[in-house]
Ligand binder design. Structure first.
Ligand code: ATP
Length: 632
C-alpha cells in the first residue's frame, strides 16, 4: 500500500532495531526482544503472534511506552516520524490482566466509563447510546446486571471480564489501540465476534493486538502479521502472504489445518520432542526457526518492511496529542459517585470495620463502664481515650486491600488517559466522608456514653470529630504508602510500622519531657498526628472536669486543667480546637502529598526510562544475535 502520510490524527507507528534486555544474575543481561523492526499503519489491524513467552506482551509494552522497571530498551520507536512517549492518554491499551472494580455491575462499569471518557459536549442520551452499542458489540447485553467480581467474590466469567476491558477502551474509538491477548478466555465464536468488532473499527485507526491462537476466521481478519519466536522476527508482512512464505521456506501448511496452528506448531521450541516427531520431521525446532528467520531476512517481505519503515520515518506527521479529558468537575463528580457505590458494595471497605468497631466500642464501654469522678477515673479516662485515638484509628488500615484494588484501576485508567489524578483524590476523599462519619459516630457514641465521659453535646461532637479526622489521616497515610509500596501485604506492614512509631512518640507511653530528644521528640513527637489527637481528646475530657480526691478522710476537688498541665504535660497555650485544626490540616497535607507522589511518578518514570534507554549499550552481545546473521 503506498504511504499516504498521516492525516486527521492518524497514527503511523514504526520500531527499528528494537532490543529489550532484563538484568540477569548469571551473565548480566538477557535479551527478550532481539532487534525487531516493524510498523503499524492506520486502517490496518496488526496481529502479533508467537508461542507463549516469545515476547508479544513485551513488544506491545515497549511500543506503547509501558515497559516495566528492570528492563533496558534500545532502538527507535517513532510515532508519525517523531520520537514521542506514548503515555497518559495518547493511546488506549487493553492489558493482559483485567483491572476492573470488582463490585460494580457490567452496566455500571461501562456507563461510568462512558461518562468519564465521552466529551461533555455530547448529550447524555448519546453517551448512553454509545455505551449500549458497545456493550452489544461485545456480546455483554445478558451480563449487564451481573457484578464483575474478583478477589471479594465470584462474578462474570473471565471471558466476559476480557470483553468489559475491551469495551471500556473502545468506547471513544481511539486512534491508536493496543490489545494484549483480547481473545484469551473466549470461545471461538466469541473470539471471532470480538475481533470482528475490533477489525471493523480500523478505518483511520491503528490497531495492534497480540493474540495466541486465532481460528482461521479470526486470522482472516488480520491485515498484517508479526510472527515472533524467542524475541526474533520469523515473519512480518501481510497476514494473507504468511502461508505462502512458510510454504516457500519448506514448511507448507497441511491441507485443512488452521494456518495459525501450523505457524505456532512449527516455531514452538518449548516442546522440542513433540515437534521433531511432528510435521517438521527430521529437523529440530531451533533449526526450523533459524531457517525461517534466514528465509525471512532474504525475502522481499523483509526489504518491504525496511523501506516502509524508512518511508514512514521520512514524513514528518503530526505529534500525537493527548486526548482531552471531560471537565474536571464532571470527572470528580462521576468518580465520586462511582467510588461511593463501590464502597457501599465492598464489605471490606467500611461495613466490616463498622461491625468490628461496634464490638470494640461495646468492649470499651463495658471495661470502662461509668468511670465516675474519682482520681482512679483519671487514669481510666486517659487510657480509654488513648485506645480510641491510637488503636481504633490504627485499624483503619483494614480498608487498605480495597484501596489498593481501587488504586490499580486508577493507575490503568490514568495511563489510558480517562481522567487525571486530582479528580481521583477528590473523589476518594468525598466518597469516604459519609462512611467514615458513620464509622466514627455509631461506635463512638456507644463507647463515649457507656464510659460516662463528659455529658455535653459539644464534648461528644468533638470526640467524634477527632475520631473521624484520625481515621481519615490513617487512610491518607495509607494512600501515600500505597503510592510507594506496590504490594498490599508490604503496604500494611509498612503502614502499621509507621503508626506504631507515631503512637510511641505521641506523649502517652512516655511523657513529652521524657521522650529522648533526637528522633523521638524532635521531630517525631511533633510530626505524629497522635500527639494532637491525644492532646485534643484529653483537653476535651478534662477541661472543666472536677475530680474528687479522698485523702485521709478529707474530700478534695482537683481541676482537670491541673491534671492536664502537671501530670500529662499537655500544652495548654492553645485550645482543643487548635489540635483539631492541626489534624484537619494534616489530612489535607497527606492527600496533597499523595497527589504529588502520583504526579511525580507520571513525570519521573518516563524520564528514568528514557535515561536508561539512552545509556543502554547499542553493541549487541554476539551470543544474542540470531544465527542467520552469522550465516549471511
Ligand atoms: N522482567 C523480566 N525479567 C526476566 N524475564 C522476563 C521479564 N519480563 C519478561 N521476561 C521473559 O521474557 C519473555 C517474554 O515475555 P512476554 O510476557 O513478552 O511473553 P508473551 O509472548 O507475551 O507470553 P504469553 O503469550 O505467555 O503472555 C518470557 O520468557 C518472560 O519469561
Amino acid at each position: 500500500m503506498p504511504n499516504q502520510g498521516p492525516k486527521n490524527g492518524e497514527v503511523f507507528l514504526t520500531w527499528e532495531d528494537l532490543w529489550v534486555r532484563v538484568s540477569n544474575m548469571k551473565d548480566g543481561s538477557n535479551a527478550i526482544l532481539k532487534g525487531l523492526t516493524g510498523y503499524a499503519r492506520p486502517g490496518e489491524l496488526l496481529a502479533i503472534m508467537g508461542p507463549s513467552g516469545c515476547g508479544k506482551s513485551t513488544l506491545l509494552d515497549t511500543i506503547a511506552g509501558r515497559l516495566g522497571s528492570g528492563t533496558r530498551q534500545s532502538g527507535d520507536i517513532l510515532i508519525n516520524g517523531h520520537k514521542q512517549t506514548l503515555e497518559y492518554g495518547t493511546c488506549a491499551y487493553v492489558t493482559q490482566d483485567d483491572t476492573l472494580l470488582a463490585t460494580l455491575t457490567v452496566k455500571e462499569a461501562i456507563y461510568y466509563s462512558a461518562e468519564l471518557q465521552l466529551p461533555n459536549s455530547m448529550p447524555k442520551s448519546e453517551r448512553k447510546k454509545i455505551a449500549d452499542i458497545t456493550i452489544k458489540e461485545m456480546g455483554l447485553q445478558d451480563a449487564m446486571e451481573t457484578r464483575i467480581g474478583g478477589w471479594s467474590g465470584k462474578g462474570i466469567s473471565g471471558g466476559q471480564k476480557r470483553r468489559v476491558s475491551i469495551c471500556m477502551e473502545i468506547l471513544t474509538r481511539p486512534k491508536l489501540l493496543f490489545l494484549d491477548e483480547p481473545t484469551s478466555g473466549l470461545d471461538s465464536a466469541a473470539s471471532y465476534y470480538v475481533m470482528k468488532t475490533i477489525a471493523s473499527q480500523c478505518k483511520g485507526r491503528t490497531i495492534v493486538a497480540s493474540i495466541h491462537q486465532p481460528s482461521a476466521e479470526v486470522f482472516a481478519l488480520f491485515h498484517s502479521l508479526c510472527l515472533l519466536s524467542s524475541g526474533r522476527t520469523v515473519y512480518f508482512g501481510p497476514a494473507s502472504a504468511a502461508i505462502e512464505f512458510f510454504a516457500l521456506s519448506g514448511f507448507p501448511c497441511p491441507t485443512l489445518q488452521n494456518p495459525s496452528d501450523h505457524f505456532l506448531k512449527t516455531i514452538n521450541s518449548d516442546f522440542d520432542q513433540d515437534i521433531e516427531e511432528g510435521s517438521t520431521g527430521r529437523k529440530s525446532t531451533e533449526e526450523v526457526i533459524n531457517i525461517l528467520i534466514k528465509s525471512y531476512k532474504s525475502s522481499d517481505k523483509y526489504n518491504a518492511v525496511q523501506s516502509q519503515v524508512a518511508e514512514i520515518c521520512k514524513q514528518e506527521g503530526e505529534i500525537l496529542e493527548k486526548r482531552s479529558h471531560v471537565r474536571f468537575t464532571t470527572q470528580s463528580f462521576v468518580l465520586t459517585r462511582r467510588s461511593f457505590v463501590n464502597m457501599s458494595y465492598d464489605l471490606g471497605y467500611y461495613w466490616l470495620r463498622l461491625a468490628v468497631y461496634v464490638v470494640i466500642a461495646i468492649g470499651l464501654g463495658t471495661i470502662y463502664y461509668d468511670v465516675g469522678f474519682s482520681t482512679a477515673s483519671v487514669q481510666a479516662r486517659g487510657t480509654m481515650l488513648m485506645f480510641v485515638a491510637s488503636f481504633i484509628t490504627f485499624m483503619a488500615i483494614g480498608g487498605f486491600p480495597s484501596f489498593v484494588e481501587d488504586l490499580k484501576v486508577f493507575q490503568l485508567e490514568k495511563l489510558n488517559g480517562h481522567y487525571g489524578s486530582g479528580s481521583f483524590v477528590i473523589a476518594n476523599t468525598l466518597s469516604s466522608i459519609p462512611y467514615l462519619l458513620l464509622v466514627s459516630l455509631i461506635p463512638g457514641a456507644i463507647a463515649y456514653f457507656l464510659t460516662g465521659l463528659q455529658n455535653e453535646l459539644e464534648h461528644f461532637i468533638y470526640f467524634v470529630l477527632v475520631l473521624f479526622t484520625c481515621m481519615m489521616l490513617v487512610e491518607s497515610l495509607m494512600m501515600i504508602v500505597a503510592s510507594i509500596v506496590p504490594n498490599f501485604l508490604m503496604g500494611i506492614i509498612t503502614g502499621a510500622g509507621i503508626q506504631a512509631l507515631m503512637i510511641l512518640s505521641g506523649g502517652f507511653f512516655r511523657l513529652p519531657s521524657d521522650l529522648p530528644k533526637p528522633f523521638w521528640k524532635y521531630p517525631l513527637h511533633y510530626v505524629a498526628f497522635h500527639t494532637y489527637a491525644f492532646e485534643g481528646l484529653f483537653k476535651n475530657e478534662l477541661e472543666g472536669l472536677k475530680i474528687h480526691n479522698e485523702d485521709k478522710g478529707k474530700r478534695q476537688i482537683i481541676n482537670g486543667e491541673v491534671i492536664l498541665k502537671d501530670e500529662w504535660q499537655m500544652n495548654m497555650d492553645y485550645s482543643k480546637w487548635v489540635d483539631l485544626a492541626i489534624l484537619l490540616w494534616m489530612v489535607v497535607f497527606y492527600r496533597l502529598l499523595f497527589l504529588l507522589f502520583v504526579k511525580a511518578g507520571e513525570k519521573v518514570k518516563p524520564a528514568i526510562r528514557a535515561f536508561i534507554s539512552s545509556t543502554s549499550p547499542n553493541q549487541i552481545n554476539t551470543a544474542e544475535r540470531p544465527l542467520d546473521e552469522f550465516a549471511t
